[in-house]
Design a protein around this ligand. Structure first.
Ligand code: AMP
Ligand code: MG
Length: 413
């Protein structure tokens, strides 16, 4: 039930390095081993809230999640009310073991060999797979009434230990108000959802920084369709398939939505994040800057302006000595060519948040949401984000940036 009264939110520390997962020889799932007493206490408190049907926030390797029992409709409903999430946007269910996965699937369902390969190579990790869903097992609030359920096994020790201690699958979207950038540090969650949650587990900065890759491998042609690019790259998946399946004829293709395939039905449904709803947007306008190193040529209607001209057009023209200061956030690679154009002017204060080097898209992925949230917090009036190449993590980065940006400009360097 939604509640408007403020809750005292406790931020509880967890040390991920103190958690290990023993492997048993008899196929059972032994409980995680937690050496640090504070971490054990934090996880025990959090698991108790989860078991009581309350949502809590916790770190995963992708972003911070807002978790609640997946198989209890009332618990899952509190995720939607806490985030203000539209009811037709389905949730990903997180498991801590393969036996927990089995409990979610129709009884006689045989997991496809392709999924067995992906799970062996990428689980636990930032890969979400669609499975057929039985409404008698997974409540329709989770699947938004679709015939499939999205499932993943997170690799973050705190996430996996929490699920194991609660001993139940946990539904968890990102722990932010719907439409905002996803949180990658506990402070981001506290700023946004503080007062609405009992507990935020603080396990430090998320390593991947962007959400999981969502893959549908259930279609008749056997190909893998990437519905949302994310932490596991298309190149990683392709390499694994090349290694594991010798014959080219039987090797499935990895197809990326909108790049390699279109799907009219899917595009109408809200099951592709950002297709229907505003997404990843800070409170100030975001402009995407395509540069001449751009992978995609400007569309016919776009006008290309020189970098000098573009930067000169920013800020106010109020006369010195009383210029109106515009604070402009720059979210660009640390070795960006654009930086030399962002020169000192009386009417502009630049606030730089460097993403990784151009050659390091994994670092850019890790820093993107933190950059949007940090610049927003610093009170900038607008944020300029520079395009990066769509190789490896760059594909997921640009997927999020396009959805965050209200407008695009093409700049000639
Ligand atoms: P998040 O917003 O990170 O929690 O991820 C949830 C997203 O996963 C949804 O917006 C969908 O894009 C995708 N998803 C979850 N369940 C399904 C499903 N049954 N079919 C297709 N996509 C799904
Ligand atoms: Mg989200």
């Amino acid at each position: 039930m939604a509640t408007s009264t403020q809750i005292h939110t406790r931020v509880l520390k967890c040390d991920p390095s103190s958690i290990t997962f023993p492997i048993s020889s008899d196929g059972a799932d032994p409980p995680p081993k937690i050496d640090d007493p504070e971490t054990l206490e934090s996880l025990t408190v959090a698991a108790r809230h989860i078991t009581n049907g309350e949502p809590i926030a916790f770190p995963t390797e992708t972003v911070y999640g807002l978790g609640a029992l997946a198989l209890k409709t009332e618990a899952a409903a509190r995720i939607f009310s806490t985030k203000g999430r539209p009811a037709d946007n389905p949730l990903i269910v997180h498991v801590s073991s393969l036996s927990m996965l089995r409990q979610l699937l129709p009884v006689d369902y045989i997991i496809p060999p392709m999924y067995e390969i992906l799970m062996r190579r990428f689980w636990p990790g930032p890969l979400t797979l669609l499975f057929p869903s039985s409404p008698s097992i997974v409540p329709s609030i989770i699947t938004a009434g679709q015939p499939t359920v999205a499932i993943r096994m997170p690799s973050h020790p705190v996430a996996r230990a929490l699920i194991a201690l609660a001993d139940a699958p946990i539904a968890a979207p990102s722990a932010n108000s719907s439409g905002k950038p996803s949180p990658t540090r506990a402070e981001h969650v506290a700023r946004d959802l503080g007062g609405k949650l009992e507990v935020i587990l603080d396990g430090g900065r998320c390593e991947v920084g962007l959400e999981s890759t969502v893959v549908d491998g259930l279609r008749d042609d056997g190909n893998l369709r990437v519905l949302r690019p994310g932490g596991v790259t298309v190149e990683d998946m392709q390499n694994v398939l090349d290694e594991e399946i010798e014959s080219k004829e039987t090797r499935p293709a990895v197809l990326v939505h909108r790049r390699d395939f279109q799907d009219a039905a899917m595009e109408k449904a809200p099951t592709t994040p950002g297709m229907k709803y505003r997404h990843y947007s800070p409170s100030v306008p975001v402009t995407l800057l395509h540069t001449s190193s751009s992978t995609s040529p400007p569309p016919a209607h776009a006008s290309v302006v020189s970098a000098t001209e573009f930067f000169a057009s920013l800020g106010s023209s109020a006369p010195v000595p009383h210029p109106i200061i515009t604070k402009i956030g720059l979210l660009v690679p640390s070795d960006s060519q654009l930086l030399r154009f962002a020169q000192d002017r009386e009417s502009i204060e630049w606030v730089l948040y460097p993403l990784g080097a151009v050659a390091d898209p994994a670092m850019t992925a890790q820093r993107l949401f933190d950059g949007l949230l940090t610049l927003d917090e610093k009170g900038v009036d607008m944020i300029l984000v520079e395009e990066i190449g769509e190789e490896k993590e760059g594909l997921a980065v640009m997927n999020r940036v396009r959805k965050a940006a209200g407008e695009s400009k093409w700049i000639a360097l």
